[in-house]
Design a protein around this ligand. Sequence first.
Ligand SMILES: Cc1ncc(C[n+]2csc(CCOP(=O)(O)OP(=O)(O)O)c2C)c(N)n1
Ligand SMILES: [Mg+2]
Length: 322
Amino acid sequence: MTAIPQETLLKVYRNMVRLRFLDDKINEMVASGIGITQHSTRGQEATPVAACAALEPQDYVMPYHRGWGWAIGKGMDPKILLAELIGKKTGCCAGKGGVHIADWNLRIMGRPGVQAAHVPIAAGVGLAIKFRKTRDVVLCFFGDGASNEGNVHEGMNLASVWKVPVVFICENNLYALFTPNVETTSVRDIADRAKGYGIPGVVVDGNDAIAVLETAREAIQRARSGRGPTLIEAKTYRMHGHTAMDRFHLGGYRPKEEVDEWERKDPVLRLRTRLLEMKAASESGLQEIERRAKEEIDGAEKFAKESPYPTKEELSRDTYAD
Ligand SMILES: Cc1ncc(C[n+]2csc(CCOP(=O)(O)OP(=O)(O)O)c2C)c(N)n1
Ligand SMILES: [Mg+2]
């Protein structure tokens, strides 16, 4: 496989840092009393950002509820995202999507609210691509908890039977809400289930951005060349609670040693260290990326807060087709 260009790695790092600042910003806004249902991506930045970096602009993303890594990875401007999250007119759905964002220009197919219901839809998008005979690919994200839902099995089975260009990425962060997946999941590696659908299943270290990028690249290439779907299981961990509401109760349902152990595998710091070791960037170069990302996210908050709400007349526009 060809080596990953340095500028791609730097772009991944930049997006991971932007995502982390965005996550902090949303948590700060929630703590100040603004109502956003925030599922933090802290600790899980590498998988969505690096996987999206392996896509072409015309490819599709079928996202899931956890965080905004797929949005940042697909090129959404954080100010447009933040404006949407607080119901402003300048958001990507003109303030009417809230956390359930979609962006047709970026081919983000809509963040679902019902766990796993989007997986068969990803198979349907794949079928549409096949009918249209384009070379596009769909990247479909879901969690380890969702992997036990019937919809995931039906969606992956159909995608395999139809041999459509969908890459499934299960972000296994070891918990669904407050339940460890060892109590709910029949296999240790969810990727093993791929055998049952007749597709390749790959386990990847979800905190290693470079490994995710390489794995996603191979699966996307396979899908693009008509060889069908792959299931990638990215092993990772969420450093905060399920939503911003329980982020201060770490340890209540998971051991402190476990949290500490994963803190040492912080994906942002890990890529930072690798970039320095590989001499892909200098310390001052990385500091500049971090400074700019912080400035951008502070600016995004200002933009979102100063943006107007939709007017009463605009509220019902675009919400129902006649
Ligand atoms: C069908 C359905 N059941 C339950 C819920 C409530 N719910 C929202 S997120 C979640 C946990 C999902 O866990 P997982 O798939 O592991 O993703 P994670 O939150 O860990 O990223 C649950 C049960 C829902 N939204 N939809
Ligand atoms: Mg989970």
